[in-house]
Design a protein around this ligand. Structure first.
Ligand code: GUN
Ligand code: ZN
Length: 446
């Protein structure tokens, strides 16, 4: 299948935290992205490519649109879709009061299938084409998500949550069941099509040392498998981990002792970490999912993105994530806006180019998938989002006074939301939106 999209194109050819914003960005005001059989065939200025389209190649034009790599959500709990916007608690109480009861409902495969469909709809409506997803302790919740994603050939990474203590008994597995269920799911889904299975111990607090031994064994059996968990989100959580693992130097050391700090391991949050813990991330190649909406909504604190990227040493792979349902929005644009404000509270102004990087190629790097997704160039997988840069009257008004690309991007990330998503393509196929006729005066460059 061949489809081509036309509009302004923005992608990344490097890391703006390392080489600077201007050198990292590739931008062209009128280009065509040609997609064929799920891959990007070429990205060329429209003036050159128009005459060369094949017979039968479908061209979808987006005047006033900005073509970007599809957004990548590198940490999200799909089963918490139904409890988004739950009032008034911080992490440990929030889990007890809202997250655990809702996750219990995923014992029912029909409920899981229904929410998986809702979740994917929200992803596509918001321009998210790829995600690294926590399911629940029930293997059927993993099956439901992969089954729902299958028709889209989406690059989806997901795993069964492992948890055998400090949660309601009806939500616990055992070390043996964790192993057996994980192995079964790996056999069924890992590396089938664009899917990957992810080993998913919930966090140190809900896994016994015996279950973490199981994780160590699985990690050793599958050295290139993604691992996802949480680290250092909330002060009470950190105190509890210290009590439960008195022999460990700190929170990150718990994971390190079980072989879970390594390339392709990604941890949500990392807000309150010590110098030693930051060093461990740097030395091991483990990554961080920065979840600013969640950190504000659940009252967890302000992650300092400069610790990942700007301390003069090699960057720690860090991407942006919604962390639904601790997070309060599926929109990567809302996530960039909160990342900006959280950085401001730390005394740092996150540039718009860096924010867009963190939601695309930066997130792909955090998942060690940047050779496949996260940028627009020939050979990459054809996951694309097209923003309507004039999606609301206020944005339209504000865009008229922008004097640079950076300023336009900043307006989009601060004022934009799902209304800004004109279309989403997964594996070269449009899964959301379409060509809306846009008025003449919406040309991006004027
Ligand atoms: N820590 C352990 N589980 C969770 C979860 O579901 N959400 C968040 N935000 N933090 C967690
Ligand atoms: Zn989370």
């Amino acid at each position: 299948m061949k489809t081509a999209v036309r509009g302004a194109v923005l992608t990344f050819q490097g890391d703006p935290f390392v080489i600077g914003d201007d050198a990292a960005v590739h931008y062209h005001e009128d280009s065509i992205v040609r997609m064929e059989d799920g891959l990007i065939r070429e990205v060329r200025p429209a003036g050159e490519a128009l005459g060369e389209l094949d017979a039968g190649e479908r061209l979808e034009e987006y005047p006033g649109g900005l073509i970007l790599p599809g957004f990548i959500d590198c940490h999200v709990h799909y089963p918490q879709t139904g409890i988004i916007a739950s009032y008034g608690t911080q992490l440990l109480e929030w889990l007890e009061k809202y997250a655990f009861p809702e996750e219990g409902r995923f014992r029912d495969p029909e409920y899981a299938a229904r929410i998986a469909g809702v979740y994917l709809g929200e992803c596509f409506r918001n321009g998210i084409t790829s995600a690294c997803v926590f399911c629940t302790v029930f293997p059927q919740s993993v099956d439901a998500l992969f089954a729902a994603a299958e028709p889209y050939a989406m690059r989806l990474m997901a795993g069964k949550v492992l948890m055998d203590r400090n949660a309601p008994p009806w939500l616990l597995d055992t070390p043996q069941k964790a192993y057996d269920d994980s192995k079964r799911l790996i056999h069924r889904r890992h590396k089938t099509g664009r899917f990957e299975y992810v080993m998913t111990p919930r966090f140190a607090l809900t896994s016994s040392p015996e279950q973490l031994e199981v994780c160590a064994a699985l990690a050793a059996e599958h050295p290139d498998m993604l691992i996802q968990s949480h680290i250092s989100e909330n002060p009470r959580e950190i105190d509890r981990v210290r009590e439960l693992f008195p022999d460990c130097a700190d929170y990150a050391d718990v994971y390190a002792r079980y072989g879970l700090m390594r390339p392709r391991a990604i941890y949500g949050h990392g807000i309150h970490m010590s110098e030693r813990e930051w060093d461990l991330f740097r030395e091991t190649g483990a990554a961080i999912a920065h979840c600013p909406n969640s950190n504000l909504f659940v009252g967890s604190g302000c992650f300092d993105i400069r610790r990942s990227y700007m301390d003069g040493r090699a960057p720690i792979r860090t991407g942006l994530a919604t962390d639904i349902g601790g997070g309060d929005s599926f929109s990567p644009l809302r996530c960039m806006a909160e990342a900006y404000k959280v950085a401001q509270l730390n005394g740092y102004a996150l540039s718009p180019v860096k924010a867009f990087y963190l939601a695309t190629r930066g997130a792909a790097r955090a998942l060690y998938l940047d050779d496949r997704v996260g940028s627009l160039e020939a050979g990459m997988e054809a996951d694309v989002v097209i923003l309507d840069l004039f999606s609301t009257p206020l944005i339209r008004r504000r865009m008229a006074t922008c004097e640079s690309l950076a300023e336009q991007l900043f307006v989009q990330m601060i004022l934009g939301d799902e209304r800004a998503v004109a279309a989403t393509y997964v594996s070269g196929r449009r899964v959301f939106g379409g060509i809306r006729p846009l008025p003449e005066d919406r040309a991006f460059h004027e």
